[in-house]
Design a protein around this ligand. Structure first.
Ligand code: NAP
Length: 483
C-alpha cells in the first residue's frame, strides 16, 4: 500500500459484504499517472468471482426490495453525509489514481455524493397511476417495481461519480448491484464500500469486482438470467459490444457513451461569459469528459476577440501534479490517452491549424499535456470527428447560423452541445435545432443530479439523474382490476 493512501480498503474484491481475494489469485497494479509510481495492487476478479457476486446480490435482493422506501432513503442520505464528511480523503484518492487536479476531484466528490442525497429524496416518490379503462370500465393500476440485479460498468474519468450516479437510483429502486470499475481507477469505488456499509447498506446489495478481464466477466454476468439491468458508462465501441451481449437475455440497457460536443459562440454573445463557459466545458477534468467541448464554432465577427481571450486564459493555466496548490492541468490518465491527444494535435497542425498556445508534450515523468488552443482548424481534421479527451480547444469560424447548425449536428454523437448567445429568443431557437440530449445555453456545465443526463444517436440510451434515472432500474407493472 502506497503511504499516500490513508484508511483505504484492502483493494480485494468486495462480495457479499466481505473482502475476498478472488479465485484466480491474480492481482494488478494501479499507478499514479502523475509520476508512474504504484499506488496499490488490486485483486483481479474471474468469471467465477463475478458469478459469486451475482449470487450475493440475489441473496440480498428480496430483503432490500422489501424494505420501506423510507428506510432505503435514510440509508442513502446517511451515505451522502458520510462521504461529505470524508470529502478530502476521497478527493485525494481520485487525484492519486486519475491525475486530475484536487479542485476537480473535490468537485467530483460533491457531485458523486449528491446522487445519494437526490435519490434518497426520489426513493419516497415512486408514484404509480390509477385510471379507468375507456372501453371496458376496468381500472388500470400502474406501479413501478425494482427491475432486478444490475450490472454497472464504469469508466476511469470520474471514478466516484460515474458509479454513484448508478448506485443511487439502483438502491432507491430496490435493486442490488455488481460494479465493474475501470482498471485504471478502481481504488475510489473500493474505498466507498466501507462507507456504504457504515451507512447501513446490507451485505450483498453492493458488490465490486475489479478485473483485468473485463470483457469475459461482464459477458458472463450478462448471460446470467438473474441479471436484469446493464448500466454502462464508457466508449461507444464498448457500449455496442455490451448491447450485443445484453440482447441474448434481453437485459435492460442504460448506456452513457461518447460525445463530440460543439461549443458555439454567436456574434451577440457576452464574450467573457463565453470564455468562462469554455474553460468549464473544455478544461474540467483536463478535457477527459464525455461532456468536454470538442469542436468550437465561433462567429467570424467575434472570432479574433474570443480566440485571444481564451488563449490568454488557457495559456496561463498551471500544469503539474494534481495534488499541488494552484494546479489546473493535472496529468492525463495514461500514455494511450496522451498519445491520442498528441496525434490529434499533430494532424490538425498538418492540415493548417495554428497553435495559439500549448501543443507540446513536456519533458519528465507523468502523462502531462498542456492547455492548448488551435485556431482555424480545418473541418476535415481528425479532432473534428473524434473525441479529443484532452485539454485542447479546436476553433473553427462560422458566419451563417444554418451552416453552423448543420456542422454542429454533423456527427454520429449527440450527448451535449453548448451555445452562447445574447438574445435568448435566438439562443432557445438554435438550441432546439441542436440534435443533442443536453444543451448548455450560456452555461459551460450541464451535469446536475436533478437533471436528466444522457445522449441521443450513438451517445447512448436512457438517462441518469433526475426522476428518469430511477426508471432505468424499475419495471412497470399494470394490473387490470375489476373494481
Ligand atoms: P471504455 O474503454 O469503454 O471502458 C469503460 C469501462 O468498460 C471500463 O470499466 C472498462 O474496463 C470496461 N470495458 C472495456 N472493454 C470491455 C468489454 N469488452 N466488455 C465489458 N467491459 C469492458 O471507456 P473509458 O476509456 O474508460 O472511458 C472513456 C469513454 O467513456 C469516452 O468515450 C467517454 O466519452 C465515455 N464517457 C461517457 C460518459 C457519459 O455519461 N456519456 C461519461 C464518462 C465517460 P477496463 O478499464 O478494465 O478496460
Amino acid at each position: 500500500m502506497n503511504e499516500q493512501i490513508t484508511n483505504s480498503a484492502p483493494n480485494d474484491l468486495y462480495i457479499g459484504g466481505k473482502w475476498v481475494e478472488g479465485t484466480g489469485g491474480d492481482r494488478f497494479d494501479v499507478l499514479n499517472p502523475a509520476d508512474q509510481t504504484v499506488l496499490a495492487s488490486v485483486a483481479s476478479g474471474t468469471v467465477e468471482d463475478a458469478i459469486k457476486a451475482i449470487d450475493a446480490a440475489e441473496a440480498a435482493f428480496a430483503d432490500w426490495a422489501g424494505r420501506s422506501p423510507r428506510e432505503r432513503a435514510e440509508i442513502l442520505r446517511k451515505a451522502w453525509e458520510l462521504i461529505i464528511a470524508d470529502k478530502e480523503r476521497f478527493a485525494r484518492l481520485i487525484t492519486l489514481e486519475n491525475g486530475k487536479p484536487l479542485s476537480d476531484a473535490r468537485g467530483e466528490v460533491a457531485y458523486a455524493a449528491e446522487f445519494f442525497r437526490w435519490y434518497a429524496e426520489e426513493a419516497v416518490r415512486n408514484r404509480g397511476e390509477v385510471m379507468m379503462s375507456p372501453a371496458s370500465g376496468a381500472r388500470i393500476l400502474v406501479q413501478h417495481k425494482p427491475a432486478g440485479i444490475g450490472v454497472l460498468v464504469t469508466p476511469w474519468n470520474f471514478p466516484a461519480a460515474m458509479g454513484t450516479r448508478k448506485i443511487g437510483p439502483a438502491l432507491a429502486a430496490g435493486c442490488p448491484v455488481v460494479i465493474k470499475p475501470a482498471s485504471a481507477t478502481p481504488l475510489t469505488m473500493l474505498a466507498l464500500m466501507p462507507v456504504l456499509a457504515e451507512a447501513g447498506v446490507p451485505a450483498g446489495v453492493v458488490n465490486v469486482v475489479p478485473s483485468k478481464s473485463s470483457g469475459k466477466i461482464v459477458d458472463a454476468m450478462l448471460h446470467d438470467a438473474r441479471v436484469r439491468v446493464v448500466s454502462f458508462t464508457g466508449s461507444t465501441e464498448v457500449g455496442r459490444t455490451l448491447l450485443k451481449s445484453a440482447a441474448d437475455n434481453i437485459v435492460n440497457p442504460a448506456m452513457e457513451l461518447g460525445g463530440n460536443a460543439p461549443f458555439i459562440v454567436c456574434d451577440d454573445a457576452d464574450l467573457d461569459k463565453a470564455v468562462e463557459g469554455a474553460i468549464l466545458a473544455k478544461m474540467r477534468n483536463i478535457g477527459e469528459a464525455c461532456t468536454a467541448a470538442n469542436r468550437f464554432f465561433v462567429h467570424d465577427k467575434v472570432y479574433d476577440a474570443f480566440a485571444e481571450k481564451l488563449t490568454k486564459r488557457m495559456g496561463a493555466m498551471k500544469m503539474g501534479n494534481g495534488l499541488e496548490d494552484g494546479v489546473e492541468v493535472g496529468s492525463l490518465v495514461n500514455a494511450d490517452t496522451r498519445n491520442k491527444v498528441t496525434e490529434l494535435v499533430d494532424d490538425a497542425v498538418k492540415r493548417g491549424a495554428k497553435v495559439l498556445c500549448g501543443g507540446k508534450v513536456p519533458e519528465g515523468p507523468g502523462y502531462f499535456y498542456p492547455a492548448t488552443v488551435l485556431g482555424d482548424v480545418a473541418p476535415d481534421s481528425q479532432c473534428v470527428s473524434e473525441e479529443i479527451f484532452g485539454p485542447v480547444a479546436a476553433l473553427q469560424r462560422f458566419s451563417d447560423d444554418d451552416e453552423m447548425i448543420a456542422k454542429a449536428n454533423d456527427t454520429e454523437y449527440g450527448l451535449v452541445a453548448y451555445l452562447f448567445a445574447g438574445d435568448m429568443k435566438r439562443g432557445l431557437a438554435l438550441s432546439e435545432r441542436l440534435e443533442y440530449g443536453m444543451v448548455g445555453l450560456n452555461r459551460g456545465l450541464v451535469s446536475d443530479p436533478a437533471a436528466p443526463f444522457g445522449g441521443v444517436k450513438q451517445s447512448g440510451i436512457g438517462r441518469e439523474g433526475s426522476h428518469e434515472g430511477l426508471k432505468e432500474f424499475q419495471e412497470t407493472q399494470y394490473i387490470s382490476v375489476e373494481w
